[in-house]
Ligand binder design. Sequence first.
Ligand code: CU
Length: 293
Amino acid sequence: MLASVSEYFDLNKLMGMLPNRSVHGKEIDYMLNFCHWFMLILFVGWTSYFIFCMFRFRASRNPKADHKGMRSHFSTHLEASVVIIEAVILLGFGIPLWGKRVNEIPDQQKNDALKIRAIGFQFGWQIHYAGPDGVFGRQHVRFIVPGLNPLGLDPNDPNGKDDVVSLSDMHLVAGRPTVVRVSSLDVIHGFALHQMRVQTDAIPGAEAPMWFRPTPDIGEWQIICAQLCGDGHSGMAASYRTETQKDFDEWYAGQREITQNKLKSQAEAMKKAEEAEAAAEAKEAHGEKKAEH
Ligand SMILES: [Cu+2]
């Protein structure tokens, strides 16, 4: 009964908001629902008042303008109560909720938070996992090889040996806190996980952390780019899912092999190039010696 009543009054649902699948999402939904109701009441109230005034003060009834105008204090009281309600929303709900979201980022060292980076590009998301050691491998622009190593991971960095880079496919563990550091390779994108009730801009050269804890539900949804980022924006489709730790570990092991094989082949190519360079140098030095004789 109570559930059906609250559903009946759920404006979020009526407006097509996607179901919440994060632990903190309830608070956000509660505040949004409250705001939606408040705005609906204001809209209906002000509109009716406007229509009433147009009728009440029509020219045929009031041929001469009244220079004294309003005599009652009704509108002042109404304005004051609107300001009070808005202050309560902002100070009582909005700011504390925001404070929680930005201050209480789980510490990877202290708990088992999943550590991920999401890097937007035209048009997709590179999802970089720190792996069991919780440390992201070193990156440098000189290591970037399109398709093979899009994030420029150093193939010889031991911290990167358990890293995974997955294209537009993010796997999460149901119920496990997750920290995603959001960035971009080119223009401004927006990283939005609607079911997790989190969203932040992906800005080139900056890293914005966001965190959430998925509910224990298993599911698969879409990662939405929340900024119009170019002509392929609408095709910037990516997916994310929550799964059991066991399923996640299996997926991770497979992805780790793929990522690490790519890095290995790059490391080998780098080594070969170095050797060839060294040989060429040695040959050159030898030639110079000969010329001296
Ligand atoms: Cu985008």
